[in-house]
Design a binder for this molecule. Structure first.
Ligand code: ZN
Length: 307
């Protein structure tokens, strides 16, 4: 029987690097993208069209997209927080834009500059703009499991936002645990509610491993029926609200686990490990991903090994 496909979206170049103190040059980002493509990743976040003064690591996003045009075979995603960001992403040649809404006002005001309700008002226009430019539009609902400023985020609040976003029929919606607070029961509950509201949409899950629940949450999402997961090679990304914390759930750890569980991720584990190690070397630090250190399943017993 053919294995079931599990789609991974590689976010190290955007979500990973944007939360790292070290700013990598454009050519290193392009090398990261090349290594990820060689490993088998098809979709990846390549940049973000936000205020460069606030997110200096993404200031070269237009240059990254210019270098990707026609040269590489993949779907490269640009992030936008508002209509201006969407315009810039379209102008830069992005063929897919991930538009971010927050599920809590505390985070929305600080991250998007407006309240949740205010940012949602722009959504129909964003969808029309993307359609007009023939750009695929997905949405990510950040702080869907908790907020660094407001604390608990009610399921009913997430449900209301899902309803508004889904009404414009984007091709995909993600629930994101921006600060890594979710436990598997939260994941199951919130995806069950979201999927009931918008059963026709493609669902994606975005986890951070801040409190070591990332892999457990990924399994919970997949058990709930989600078949698209974000991950970041080497697990880079940290958390600006938790100094020293682990980053996004590591892509190579996801690949190892889900391939062992019988899924086909379409990504070669050894090549993903090599890409993760490249990122660690580029950042000059020990990265949080574990499979890139341990390696994959042992090929055979070591002769004369420990009894
Ligand atoms: Zn994130």
């Amino acid at each position: 029987m053919a294995k079931e496909r599990l789609h991974l979206v590689e976010v190290s170049v955007r979500d990973g690097l944007q939360n790292e103190p070290e700013i990598l040059p454009t050519h290193t980002k392009l090398s990261m993208i090349d290594l990820a493509l060689e490993a088998g990743f098809k979709r990846m976040e390549a940049g973000s069209f936000v205020n460069p003064a606030r997110v200096p690591a993404m200031a070269d996003s237009a240059e990254v997209f210019a270098n990707l045009k026609g040269r590489r075979d993949g779907v490269f995603i640009a992030l936008a927080l508002n209509l201006r960001g969407l315009d810039r992403a379209i102008e830069a040649g992005a063929l897919e834009v991930n538009y971010v809404f927050c599920c809590s006002d505390g985070f929305s005001i600080r991250n998007n500059g407006v309240s949740v309700a205010e940012s949602l008002k722009a959504w129909p226009e964003a969808v029309a703009k993307a359609k007009g430019a023939n750009v695929r539009l997905s949405a990510t609902l950040s702080t869907a499991f908790g907020c660094p400023f407001d604390g608990e985020v009610a399921v009913s609040q997430v449900a209301a936002i899902v309803g508004t976003v889904a009404a414009e029929s984007p091709f995909e919606i993600a629930l994101a645990d921006t600060i890594g607070v979710a436990a598997p029961n939260d994941v199951k509950e919130r995806f069950a509610v979201a999927m009931a509201i918008a059963p026709a949409v493609q669902w994606r899950a975005h986890f951070h491993n801040t409190r070591n629940t990332g892999l457990a949450n990924a399994v919970a999402a997949v058990e709930q029926g989600v078949r698209v997961l974000d991950g970041s090679l080497a697990g880079i990304g940290g958390c600006p609200f938790a100094p020293g914390a682990a980053g996004n759930v590591p892509s190579e750890d996801l690949i190892y686990m889900f391939e062992r569980m019988g899924f086909d991720t379409g990504v070669d584990l050894d090549a993903a490990i090599a890409a993760a190690r490249f990122i660690g070397e580029a950042l000059g630090k020990r990265t949080p991903g574990m499979v890139s250190r341990a390696g994959g399943f042992p090929k055979r017993a070591v002769a004369g090994g420990v009894p």
